[in-house]
Design a protein around this ligand. Structure first.
Ligand SMILES: [Zn+2]
Ligand SMILES: [Zn+2]
Length: 448
């Protein structure tokens, strides 16, 4: 028995490219037990990942994915509640007195036509929330998050003698429209179910080599505000501009003036992004239109910086319209839409503790502190309620290490998450997902 399990452990460890380093006394044995379990589960988990990858579902439409998760968690004796925050699933695994840890996986794919050519590539066309057919792809790797959570549940349900407390598994819908976390929280995630003492998540990256872990001390993901602007003018004949207030010209001036918010109003070295992604106005060349619509995305790593961006946008829009002589009742309308989410802030103590645990469990060279990225994550919301739950999210590499090394040699980068060419290799990514999440939970709930 011992020989078999230690061979399994070596196999698992070689798959993960791990080496034994200086470890706290209890870790090597527990790590071996977890590695053996992960290795034993791996073929089934890879099959599950490929099944999920072939059948992506879009935000708030994740019914089949949710049903599969519910079935898998129930099979482990976990108390499961479905339809929390629309299509969300909550599984509570109780194991005596102790702290409560929330483990979150997001479920939704993206309206992207997969072009990777991988054997398990998606060819799916599915309905979006508006009922429109869309090509769909798990282009952000959320299928790996779901599979990783199921693998973690299997591992920790089998190792109940190693920990005490409660684990709340959360399958979250609609991360890609940053609405799912809020939907679950407002549907009672922290009141109908055990309130967590810690909330954990991981995110895979198509630009980070598989077998590695990255984490950010501070703010891993930016705050995102999606802003709509309606520039209203006074329409008329294209031949008689003197009788109009032309919203195309005013909107053009606004677009250029918005560029000064980051370059002239934001302290150098403070990250901020103001992007005008769309601009639409007018129907015909000889008509001066009534209005022009703009859609913006804003990014910042501090709440107060984000507030300043929005204030500056309002001031520039109103000021530019007034300068053009637009009547007071036709000034631009600036709206921050619900497709917005605050800055994600890793709890400093939790980050320190769990990144230390990762260094003990994995090869230290494969666990790195990383710079923040300007993408947004609604996992932020789990730490933003009145309960102020400490949160920690880390990244797990999913890029083929050889392709990553080749790209690096050429000075190129691999296609990122959300690209139709983004590639996520299941092995060893899934093993690192399950092992790192299990290690984090065992660090927080493990018998000392
Ligand atoms: Zn994404
Ligand atoms: Zn994502």
């Amino acid at each position: 028995m011992k020989i078999v399990s230690s061979r399994l452990v070596r196999l698992a460890l070689s798959g993960l490219a791990l080496v034994v380093s200086a470890l706290p006394a209890a870790v090597p044995e527990l790590r071996g037990v977890v590695a053996a379990k992960v290795e034993a589960e791996y073929p089934a988990l890879e099959a599950l990942f490929k099944q999920l990858h072939a059948s992506p579902e879009l935000s708030f439409m994740e019914t089949k994915t949710a049903a599969l998760i519910a079935k898998e968690l129930r099979a482990l004796g976990i108390e499961v509640t479905e339809k929390v925050g629309n299509t969300g699933v909550v599984g509570v695994l109780r194991n005596g007195a102790g702290p409560t840890v929330l483990v979150r996986a997001d479920m939704d794919g993206l309206p992207v036509k997969e072009m990777t050519g991988l054997p398990w590539a998606s060819t799916a066309v599915v309905k979006d929330l508006a009922g429109k057919d869309q090509p769909a792809m798990q282009a952000c790797g959320h299928d790996l998050h779901v599979t990783g959570m199921i693998g973690t549940a299997r591992t920790l349900a089998a190792l109940k003698d190693q920990w005490k407390g409660t684990i709340v598994f959360v399958a979250q819908p609609a991360e890609e429209i940053v609405a799912g976390a809020r939907a679950m929280l407002s549907d009672g995630l922290y009141t109908r179910f055990p309130k967590p003492d810690h909330a954990l998540a991981l995110h895979v990256s198509a630009m980070q080599p598989a077998g590695t872990i990255g984490y950010v001390e501070g703010t891993p993901y930016a705050g995102v505000n999606s802003v709509d602007i309606v520039v209203r003018g006074v329409g008329g004949h294209g031949s008689a501009p003197h009788n109009t207030k032309d919203p195309v010209v005013i909107a053009s001036q606004i677009v250029l003036a918005l560029q000064t918010i980051v370059s002239r109003e934001t302290k150098p070295g403070t990250p901020a992004v103001v992007t005008v992604g769309t601009i639409h106005g007018g129907t015909k060349r000889n008509i001066i239109s009534e209005e022009v619509k703009l859609e913006l995305t804003l990014r910042a790593f501090e709440d107060k910086v984000m507030e300043r961006l929005v204030t500056a946008i309002r001031r520039i829009c109103e000021g530019t319209a007034r300068a053009a002589g637009v009547p007071e009742d036709r000034l631009p309308v600036v709206t921050v839409t619900p497709e917005s989410t605050p800055v994600t802030t890793n709890d400093p103590a939790l980050t320190h503790r769990l990144s230390g645990a990762f260094r003990a469990w994995f090869d230290e060279k494969g666990v790195k502190s990383q710079p923040p990225i300007t993408g947004g994550e609604d996992f932020s919301e789990f730490g933003r309620t009145v309960h102020r739950v400490p949160i920690f999210i880390w990244s797990v590499g999913a890029a083929d290490p050889q392709k990553y090394a080749d790209a690096e040699k050429r000075g190129a980068v691999l296609p990122s998450n959300h690209s139709p060419l983004a590639e996520f290799v299941p092995d060893p990514t899934l093993k690192v997902c399950v092992t790192s999440m299990s290690a984090a939970v065992l660090e927080l709930l493990g018998k000392k």
